[in-house]
Design a protein. Structure first.
Length: 257
C-alpha cells in the first residue's frame, strides 16, 4: 500500500520539477489525479484523506498552493524534508554564462567536516557574488557527491580551489596582497561590524565545526573578527557564521563612498 503512496509522492515531486517549463499541463498531473482516486472508496481514514487531496488540485492553481497538498502525503510516509530537497528556481539561470562584478572577497574553509556546511557556504557565496572559495585541509569540495548535492549547483558559479595546508595558504594570500581575517571568537577579536579595508582584497578564514581554528592559523592572520552575540551560548554553526560575515562585508562594500 505504501508503495502506491510513494508513487503519489514521486508524481508530486516530478510535477514540481517540471513546472517552470510545462506548468500543470502535463500527463504527470493526470497521472497524479488518477493515483489519488485509487483511494476514493478506501475505509482507512488516513488513506481516504490522501484521496481527498484530488478535490483541491486544479491546473490553474499556483505552484505554492499545489505544494501545500504534498504535506499530507509526506506525513503519511514519515518523510523528513532535507535542505537539498528544495528546488531553487531562477528565471535567469539559463542566461548566466560567467559571473561578473564579484566582490573582492575570498572564503577559506579549513578542515570543515560537513559537506552540508560547505554546500551552504557555496550557496551564500554565490548569492552575494563572492570571488572565490578555497577548501583547505580535508574540507570536502564539489567533486564530492554529497557536497555537490548540497551546493544546489551554486559551485558552477563560484570559483573554487583546494589547498593542502591552511597555514601555507594564508602566507601565500598575504604575499598576494590579501588582508586575511580569522573568523573566530577570541579575547582579542574585534567586532565584525567595524569598517573593512577596501584598498585590497579580503579573505575570511573559517575553521573546523568542533575545534575551531588552529591557534597558529589565527596568529598568521592580520586580524580576528567575531559576530557580536548577546545570548548565553557563545557559538554559531560555521555556515551560519559565514553567512553573517559575507553579508556584513557585502553590505559595507556596496555602501562604500
Amino acid at each position: 500500500m505504501s508503495r502506491k503512496v510513494e508513487r503519489i509522492h514521486e508524481l508530486f515531486l516530478a510535477i514540481e520539477k517540471s513546472h517552470p517549463e510545462t506548468g500543470f499541463n502535463t500527463p504527470l498531473f493526470d497521472q497524479l489525479i488518477k493515483a489519488l482516486h485509487a483511494y476514493k472508496e478506501h475505509k482507512d481514514v488516513e488513506l481516504f484523506k490522501i484521496y481527498s487531496i484530488s478535490q483541491h488540485l486544479k491546473k490553474e492553481m499556483s505552484l505554492r498552493d499545489f505544494l501545500y497538498w504534498i504535506v499530507p502525503v509526506e506525513r503519511y510516509l514519515n518523510k523528513n524534508l532535507k535542505d537539498e530537497d528544495f528546488i531553487i528556481y531562477n528565471k535567469d539561470v539559463k542566461s548566466i554564462e560567467k559571473k561578473q562584478n564579484t566582490i573582492p572577497l575570498t572564503i577559506v574553509l579549513d578542515n570543515i567536516r560537513s559537506s552540508f556546511n560547505v554546500g551552504s557556504v557555496f550557496r551564500t557565496s554565490e548569492a552575494f557574488n563572492v570571488e572565490k572559495i578555497i577548501l583547505a585541509g580535508y574540507s570536502p569540495d564539489p567533486s564530492n557527491p554529497k557536497t555537490q548535492k548540497t551546493t544546489l549547483g551554486s559551485h558552477d558559479y563560484v570559483a573554487w580551489e583546494n589547498h593542502a595546508k591552511c597555514l601555507d595558504l594564508i602566507n601565500d594570500l598575504k604575499v598576494q596582497g590579501y588582508w586575511v581575517i580569522a573568523a573566530e571568537t577570541t579575547n582579542h577579536a574585534i567586532s565584525l561590524e567595524l569598517p573593512f579595508k577596501f584598498d585590497k582584497k579580503t579573505a575570511f578564514v573559517f575553521g573546523n565545526e568542533r575545534f575551531g581554528m588552529d591557534p597558529q592559523v589565527i596568529e598568521a592572520c592580520h586580524e580576528t573578527r567575531k559576530v557580536p552575540l548577546s545570548g548565553i551560548k557563545n557559538s554559531l554553526n560555521v555556515a551560519n557564521a559565514a553567512s553573517i560575515f559575507i553579508y556584513e562585508f557585502a553590505k559595507q562594500y556596496h555602501g562604500k563612498p
